[in-house]
Design a protein around this ligand. Structure first.
Ligand SMILES: [Zn+2]
Length: 323
């Protein structure tokens, strides 16, 4: 009896083997190429994330600071007894700097020191828990500096703004909230923010600020709007903006040690006849406070050199190129 049974494998079985081979080959190829493709993909992502991380670093610092400041303010307001005049109620009229304080202001020093090397110490993002100590150090060395402040409510903060102004330091603006996405979303938003801060500082200190530092600097790459538009807006209001040419680099996510901050500043001082130094007046920047006396002493030992507060007459150092 003959059958049609093939002596070898059936076509169905051959087909199955073929499919199985295909699956195995695909599987092996996937094993080889998938990790390769993933490595390339993640490698590229790492590079761009690193970039973004750097940009976000300073922003993060600021949010952390805002958070600690919020709890600081909460503690402060908790300690205000009921029935006591609230800061809002006490501030219907602009604060008046007393006559004796006004005589201490020495904001026309620019002309007096022609021919001198001029150093400007600037502190961004305050006021905060370190402001009093910074002011104490400046007093001790009889030095006037510049504070580019943000808006922080509460009685304790008001006292700090007032102490800055009354001690003859320059009170500059640094936006109300320092939140890039709000501040830089449009020219209108920027205009409103600046007006709000200017009015607030006038009410609290009696000083109408006319100097500004852009959060992130004028050369920041976080603003979706051309920074020239904001610069034009300031100039329309008679406000001069200032960047810096020496950074203490005290805004890194992991705070630098005191000696490193001193070195960052002093190593660059010989390069400029006019040096605007960037520091931060932020809660976690303790090493900035620790480095300050040494930096001031170093500058005070330099010949023909004077430390001055920034005024609108100061030669502006600006990163933003002219249009
Ligand atoms: Zn800032």
């Amino acid at each position: 009896m003959s059958t049609n049974q093939p002596s070898g494998k059936s076509p169905a079985r051959l087909k199955r083997v073929k499919i199985l081979k295909k699956v195995i080959v695909t599987f092996v190829l996937t094993l080889i190429f998938l990790p390769l493709a993933m490595a390339i993909y993640f490698g590229c992502m790492a590079v761009s994330l690193k970039e973004e991380l750097r940009e976000r670093e300073s922003e993060l610092n600021y949010y952390m600071e805002l958070q600690s400041e919020a709890s600081f303010q909460k503690n402060t307001s908790d300690s205000i007894k009921e029935g006591e005049t609230s800061e809002e109620a006490s501030l219907k009229e602009p604060y008046k700097i007393s006559e004796s304080d006004v005589s201490k202001l020495s904001l026309k020093d620019e002309e007096l020191y022609a021919g001198y090397k001029k150093i400007y110490l600037t502190f961004d993002d305050g006021p905060g828990p370190n402001t009093d100590e910074i002011l104490d150090i400046l007093d001790r060395y009889n030095v006037k500096a510049t504070f580019f402040v943000v808006r922080k409510d509460g009685r304790n903060n008001e006292k700090l703004y007032q102490r800055i102004a009354e001690s003859g330091h320059s009170l500059g603006m640094h936006s109300c909230t320092h939140v890039y996405k709000d501040l830089y979303q449009s020219v209108d938003a920027f205009r409103e923010d600046t007006k709000e801060l200017r009015d607030f500082l006038y009410l609290v200190t009696g000083v109408e600020s006319d100097i500004y530092r852009f959060p992130g600097g004028s050369s920041n790459n976080v603003s979706p709007v051309d920074m020239h538009e904001f610069a034009d807006e300031l100039s329309k209001e008679g406000i001069v903006f200032f960047d810096w040419n020496i950074s203490s680099q005290d805004a890194t996510a992991i705070p630098l040690g005191k000696d490193r901050i001193v070195r960052n500043v002093t190593s660059q001082l010989s390069e400029y006849n006019e040096a605007i130094i960037l520091f931060h007046d932020l809660d976690e920047k303790r090493t900035t406070v620790e480095a300050l006396p040494e930096i001031i002493e170093y500058i005070q030992n330099m010949e023909n050199t004077v430390i001055l507060p920034i005024t609108r007459d100061t030669n502006p150092i600006q990163h933003l190129s002219v249009k």
